[in-house]
Design a protein around this ligand. Structure first.
Ligand code: ASP
Ligand code: MG
Length: 418
């Protein structure tokens, strides 16, 4: 009689037929005696369609109104799923975020969850109902509907699981788990049976878009046992089989002798690099460059400042390609003359590749193996950054796939572990 949260993504909810499948899967869990809270996304393509309608009327619509519109996709989903469950004899009830309520701050289109009141949901569970709660949305202190940012239903599900102390949060999606890298680039990529939460955070933030990164942060903070698994298996596969499938995000670092040193290769395309040349090397310079960039809401990733020569240095950093021009405009405007810096040069054709693994903590030589592999492929490394469990390099974007394949092989990731 465990309390379990299921989350279904847009593809899983993509048609009436698929919603029927979801209902059958949920019914199977319910009939096995579990108490279930289900958090679905909007039907695939729906959120884009809704936001598109708003943008036809105005290029930058009022964020409050955008949330009013975008949140309706999930409202349709919960209602349809409740009906699908009732149609097969399972008692179910659907709630919008404000009805639970899931309370958030008032940062429209990117709100953060503040608290979840679980009394109403619990009462329904006690009465034997399956409870279906909208993903992606909440309500701010003034009663306005908010949304949590694209992909936010993952975060809703993990947050509900945390608030209710659920035994496990199952994230059903159109892939069957987290892979050592993107199988479209490396067909030999393997599904990982387990990944630690810290590794998942690196994999998610480095571009493996399986889970919204905030949901992983939430899972880590509240120790929610979270599993990513396929919604495309037959809905009636045995429960035990289903519970052992996918990828489990763990907290214990059950390091065994057989544990691979590296868990995966993550990458991000569409990055860009900016270098401010001949910057006087004095206190406050990094702030003078990056302060205005941050104020323009541009996220900076890797940062490098070189040893100075004659009091002058070069300062480089990376941003996402979509924000490249904005960052250049900011620096070219008032920043450069104020700094007394030289040219600003940029390269919008770079990519980032990272090897990730907690095994790095106890193994030396990972970086040199990575660098040797890239050099054997003739790939020039432009920037390097490291943390305890990852090493990232910036390379020319046309070498990205080659680098990912070579590294996947160099770290034996195609071999089953243990
Ligand atoms: N429907 C929202 C989106 O498309 C939230 C989600 O699917 O997680 O971003
Ligand atoms: Mg998603």
């Amino acid at each position: 009689m465990a309390l379990i949260v299921h989350k279904y993504g847009g593809t899983s909810m993509g048609s009436v037929e698929r919603i029927r499948n979801v209902a059958q899967r949920v019914a199977k869990w319910h009939r096995a005696g579990h108490r279930l809270v289900v958090v679905p996304s909007a039907m695939s393509g729906e959120t884009n369609r809704l936001i598109g309608l708003a943008r036809e009327l105005q290029a930058q619509p009022d964020p409050r109104e955008l949330d009013m519109i975008a949140s309706t996709g999930e409202q349709v989903s919960v209602g349809l799923l409740a009906i699908a469950l009732k149609a097969i004899g399972v008692d179910a009830v659907s709630y919008a975020g404000w009805q639970v309520p899931i309370r958030t701050d008032d940062a429209f289109t990117k709100a953060r969850i503040a608290s979840i009141d679980d009394a109403r949901v619990r009462a329904d569970l006690e009465a034997g109902r399956v409870v279906i709660v909208t993903g992606f949305q909440g309500v701010d202190p003034a009663g306005h509907i908010t949304t949590l940012g694209r992909g936010g239903s993952d975060t809703s599900a993990v947050a509900v699981a945390a608030a209710m102390g659920a035994e496990e949060c199952l994230i059903y999606t159109d892939v069957d788990g987290v892979y050592t890298t993107d199988p479209r680039i490396v067909p030999e990529a393997r599904r990982l049976a387990r990944i630690t939460f810290e590794e998942m955070l690196e994999m998610a933030s480095l571009g493996s878009k399986v889970l919204q990164i905030r949901s992983v942060e939430f899972a880590g903070k509240y120790k929610v046992r979270t599993r990513v698994l396929s919604s495309l298996t037959p809905p009636d596969i045995p429960l035990a089989e289903e519970m052992a499938s996918g990828t489990l995000i763990t907290f214990e670092e059950a390091q065994t002798m057989e544990q691979a040193v590296i868990s995966g290769i993550a990458f991000a395309r569409d990055e860009a690099k900016i270098t401010v040349m001949n910057v006087p090397d004095r206190p406050g310079v990094a702030y003078q460059i990056l302060g205005p960039v941050a104020e323009a809401n541009v996220d900076v990733d890797m940062i490098i400042q070189n040893q100075s020569v004659n009091g002058m240095t070069d300062f480089s950093f990376t941003v996402s390609r979509a924000e490249y021009q904005k960052a250049l405009d900011v620096l070219g405007g008032s920043v450069r003359p104020k700094l007394g810096a030289g040219d600003i040069v940029g390269d919008p054709k770079i990519a980032k590749v990272s090897v990730v693994g907690i095994g790095m903590r106890s193994h030396v030589g990972i970086a040199s193996r990575m660098f040797r592999t890239l050099s054997e492929e003739g790939i020039n490394i432009q920037m390097i950054s490291t943390s305890e469990i990852k090493i990232s390099v910036v390379i020319e974007d046309k070498y990205l796939e080659l680098a990912v394949r070579a590294l996947h092989k160099a770290f034996d990731l195609e071999q089953p572990v243990g």
